[in-house]
Design a protein around this ligand. Structure first.
Ligand SMILES: NC(=O)c1ccc[n+]([C@@H]2O[C@H](COP(=O)([O-])OP(=O)(O)OC[C@H]3O[C@@H](n4cnc5c(N)ncnc54)[C@H](OP(=O)(O)O)[C@@H]3O)[C@@H](O)[C@H]2O)c1
Length: 291
């Protein structure tokens, strides 16, 4: 019998892909605030500890992936209380439920826990968030590590791909939609990331979920880095769209939450823990567009 995995945030961009990818190895239960198709779906609001406990009582998971979050960085900056409830209190409720039931937790965090001033970043570097989203995720990491030292905390840079369900926080789909509509896409030339395509990410999630050694923080991403401007141009080229719609942004604009300049996550620990090869940025873009 396959072990039971509860994915919380299964309707989102990463979650909808992970639910499909995990199905060969796990008996997957999908959790989110809106019900999904199929019998193995559970409605859960992570801001409510009782709702989390009820979901655990129904699904009885041995493994849990916590993806649910307010993932919109600018919205989190504007709606700090709601962001704190979802991104900080929510993970505490889930970690408490894992501690009580003995389920093994994998939590997805972000490169936004770093301000981007001293790349590349290793797992041992202290968080230095420069926006509220990064702050809430750093607080969640700490709360999880205190409650559940065996948990895996996977930090993601930008994830590229398409949602397997409508909606979700996919950068690639936003860029593709704007290109198709003929809209300019203002892209910073000075922000560097090491993105990962969602399919390769799911290979890493599979290995990390099943690994006894993958405790604590693990950085993921491509082996090299790329500016947001060059990334948007590479996507436009891959889609045979008009690259002139990608407009270089040379400095931060008012009204947007601050972002780190270069949050490149070093992948040495990922390479030690996983057999899946770490791709280059070029491979990441190709896979994301093919996927
Ligand atoms: N996408 C990226 O490039 C990226 C980069 C770095 C880190 N991450 C991290 O990766 C994770 C997944 O990101 P994503 O891009 O897949 O996000 P997403 O598309 O915005 O999905 C978020 C999911 O969380 C659920 N959710 C939100 N509030 C909830 C609540 N109170 N209770 C239960 N479920 C709730 C949403 O479902 P409903 O609204 O239907 O409930 C949805 O399923 C997040 O933790 C994010 O911080 C993502």
């Amino acid at each position: 019998m396959k072990p039971r995995l509860l994915i919380i945030g299964a309707t989102g961009f990463v979650g909808s892909n992970w639910a499909r990818a995990a199905a060969d190895a796990f008996d997957v239960w999908q959790g989110s605030r809106r019900p999904t198709d199929g019998s193995q779906s559970v409605v859960v609001d992570i801001t409510d500890a009782r709702s989390v406990r009820a979901a655990f009582d129904t699904a009885r998971p041995q493994f849990v992936t916590l993806l649910a979050a307010m993932s919109d960085i600018d919205r989190a900056e504007r709606e700090r209380e709601v962001a704190t409830a979802i991104n900080h209190q929510g993970p505490i409720h889930v970690a408490d439920a894992c501690a009580a039931s003995g389920a093994r937790l994998l939590y997805t965090s972000t490169d936004a826990v770093f301000d981007g001033e001293q790349p590349p970043y290793r797992e041992t570097d202290p968080p230095t968030p420069c926006n509220w989203y990064g702050q809430t995720k750093a607080m969640a990491e700490q709360a999880i590590a205190e409650r559940l030292p065996s948990a895996t905390i996977v930090r993601l840079s930008l994830v590229l791909g398409r949602s397997a369900l409508p909606g979700g926080n996919s950068y690639l789909e936003k860029v593709a939609g704007n290109l198709a509509a003929g809209n300019d896409i203002i892209s910073p030339t000075y922000e560097y990331r090491n993105p990962l395509d969602v399919r390769t990410l799911c290979h890493f999630l599979l290995e990390l979920t099943q690994s006894e050694q993958a405790q604590g923080i693990v950085h993921t991403g491509a082996g090299d880095k790329i500016s947001r401007y060059d990334l948007a141009r590479a996507i436009a080229a891959g889609l045979n769209a008009d690259e002139r719609l990608i407009v270089a942004q040379q400095a931060p604009v008012p009204g947007r939450a601050p972002r780190g300049r270069d949050t490149h996550l070093a992948t040495d620990r990922l390479r030690q823990l996983c057999q899946t090869p770490v791709p280059t940025c070029q491979q990441v873009v190709e896979r994301a567009l093919a996927g």
